[in-house]
Design a protein around this ligand. Structure first.
Ligand code: NAD
Length: 356
């Protein structure tokens, strides 16, 4: 079994360690962290703590390094690990620029080692259900997909509020939602990007954003993250000519309301203070039907199983360099658009087909 070291034993590093210990797709050789208290905690948890990063690199029994440090450190640590002959999983966002990402991928190819990023939210049930709704054909021609996370506790932690560490919500949650959106809308090119960042609790980095992606074939995707939303909008909302779908929260099933007919669609009007409306009155069950997509069972540790198999040449890694580059370039376009206050053209790249 592949021996793995986790570099950075903080919130996410300890999640990786726990998962590896519980699920066993790879073997946990140990961790490395610069903070004494994190090292002490690892030892309390019965995990070996390497004395230095050099010691990790020098351990020939280690084939895989998972990097779970603050974002600006992913690149130098990944390059050093690849050059030492390790395969590397980096936490997201894989880097802070496409140039940096290209450099890491070039080193990985030069060293003949695998490199990927932990896009674990491909295993989220809400995402999987909307992906199914998009591909079901039940909605007719899909016109929009909206994906949101709303919280009300500001930017979490310490370094996430600082630019020098690659903070901000585009890098933190945006990357997950962009990666998911490319998994849903996987059949068309992205043409334009428009983004407006929020600075409600933080001037230095975005504490939320509204990102619109304009795909060919008149499909618009909205990705929105907020950290001062005391009432949340639904997690996903998808519209097509013949139906609408939504997932209210990540614990919920996906509700579809599908059109039976565009012919006989008369309804009783809704009476408002200013008058009545039939246009905006909801349809009834004579002309629509409700269906549900049930939450699927997913197993996020497939990510490690897949990467271990890919190292042995027995599988293709789920999260590829091109997919990482496409999402990275969307984040860059989003920052450019926010600075300009206008949409920017996007020169799309072809990526490998995705299983999910
Ligand atoms: P954190 O602050 O809780 O942990 C970071 C750890 O890295 C700390 O223990 C710190 O001491 C250590 N560290 C800093 N510099 C180091 C160095 N040079 N060498 C070794 N260790 C070093 O942060 P976090 O919330 O765990 O986030 C870490 C990474 O994980 C980030 O990239 C973040 O975006 C990512 N993350 C991913 C997910 C996900 O769902 N995929 C969730 C949370 C965080």
């Amino acid at each position: 079994m592949k021996r793995c070291v986790i570099v950075g034993y903080g919130g996410m590093g300890s999640w990786h360690a726990r998962h590896i210990l519980e699920r066993g797709a790879v073997e946990l050789a140990g961790i490395y962290d610069i903070k004494e208290e994190r090292v002490a905690l690892a030892r309390e948890n019965g995990i070996y703590a390497y004395p230095s990063f050099e010691a990790v690199l020098a351990d020939e029994s280690v084939e895989l390094v998972t990097i779970a440090t603050p974002n600006e450190l992913h690149k130098p640590l990944a390059i050093a690990a690849l050059r030492a002959g390790k395969n590397v999983i980096s936490e997201k966002p894989v880097t802070l620029s496409s140039e940096d990402l290209a450099e890491i991928c070039a080193v990985a190819n030069e060293c003949g080692k695998l490199f990927t990023a932990h896009q674990n939210r491909r295993w989220d049930c809400d995402y999987r259900m909307i992906r199914e709704a998009y591909h079901s054909g039940k909605l007719g021609k899909v016109t929009s997909v909206e994906s949101r996370y709303h919280g009300s506790r500001g930017i979490p932690g310490d370094w996430r509020g600082k630019k020098e560490h690659g903070g901000g919500m585009i890098f933190d949650w945006g990357i997950h939602l962009i990666d998911q959106m490319f998994g849903i809308v996987d059949d068309r090119k992205l043409l334009r990007v428009y983004c407006k960042c929020d600075h409600i609790t933080n001037d230095e980095v975005d504490d939320g954003f509204k990102l619109d992606l304009y795909f060919e074939g008149d499909l618009t995707a909205r990705i929105e993250v907020g950290t001062t939303n005391f009432i949340s909008l639904p997690r996903f909302y998808i519209t097509g000519v013949d139906g609408t779908g939504w997932v209210n929260d990540w614990k919920d099933d996906c509700r579809l309301v599908l059109c039976r007919t565009w012919e006989d669609k008369d309804v009783a009007p809704v009476v408002t203070a200013a008058g009545f409306t039939k246009t905006m009155a909801p349809r009834d069950e004579k002309t629509t039907v409700e269906e549900w997509i049930k939450r699927p069972e997913t197993e996020v540790h497939e990510f490690y199983h897949n990467f271990a198999a890919a190292i042995d040449g027995k599988a293709t890694q789920f999260v590829t360099h091109k997919q990482l580059m496409r999402s990275m370039r969307v984040m860059e376009a989003a920052f450019r658009s926010d600075a300009l206050g206008a949409p920017v053209a996007f020169e799309d790249i072809e990526t490998e087909p995705r299983e999910f």
